[in-house]
Design a protein around this ligand. Structure first.
Ligand code: CMP
Length: 137
């Protein structure tokens, strides 16, 4: 299994709930290593650029509004099959459909305020990691 990197964002709802540590522990407990991390508040420009692929979707405005409501924790996770492993740990985008025991089932409020973001494939992971951590070796 090849070593991969993936981008994780702990979103404003989860930061407000004070569960940053619990979420990061799940990544570590599953064998992922946190190789970079920072807390920041996204500007509308940053949120819009990061989610540019969703620009034409009806929920784009709501997504940008929501992602700029408070601080987020952006991390790079590294490990074997990191992209899929992180997606399994997160659960389905809509927390109502997320499997029991996943991060979204346990901590998310709604499809917008869904606790975490994770890269959805190898190309996206590269772009997303470079977006937040351009100097990461
Ligand atoms: P995320 O994995 O961060 O990627 C895009 C985000 O858009 C997604 O999680 C959701 O939080 C948000 N979103 C809001 N409404 C929808 C929707 N109807 N379908 C998919 N994603 C949505």
């Amino acid at each position: 299994m090849t070593l991969q990197r993936t981008l994780s964002i702990i979103k404003p709802d989860a930061v407000k709930k004070n569960v940053i540590g619990q979420i990061l522990s799940r990544f570590e407990g599953a064998g992922l290593r946190i190789v970079a991390t920072k807390m920041m508040t996204l500007s509308r420009q940053e949120a819009g650029e990061f989610y540019a692929v969703h620009q034409s979707r009806p929920f784009f405005g709501e997504l940008v509004d929501y992602m700029t409501t408070g601080p987020v924790v952006v991390s790079v996770l590294e490990g074997a099959d990191a992209i899929n492993l992180n997606r399994k740990l997160m659960g389905a985008t809509d927390p109502k459909k997320a499997e029991a025991g996943t991060i979204r089932a346990d901590f998310a409020d709604s499809i917008s305020a869904n606790a975490v973001h994770g890269s959805d494939g190898p190309e996206t992971a590269k772009t997303e990691v470079a977006f937040f951590f351009p100097n990461l070796k």
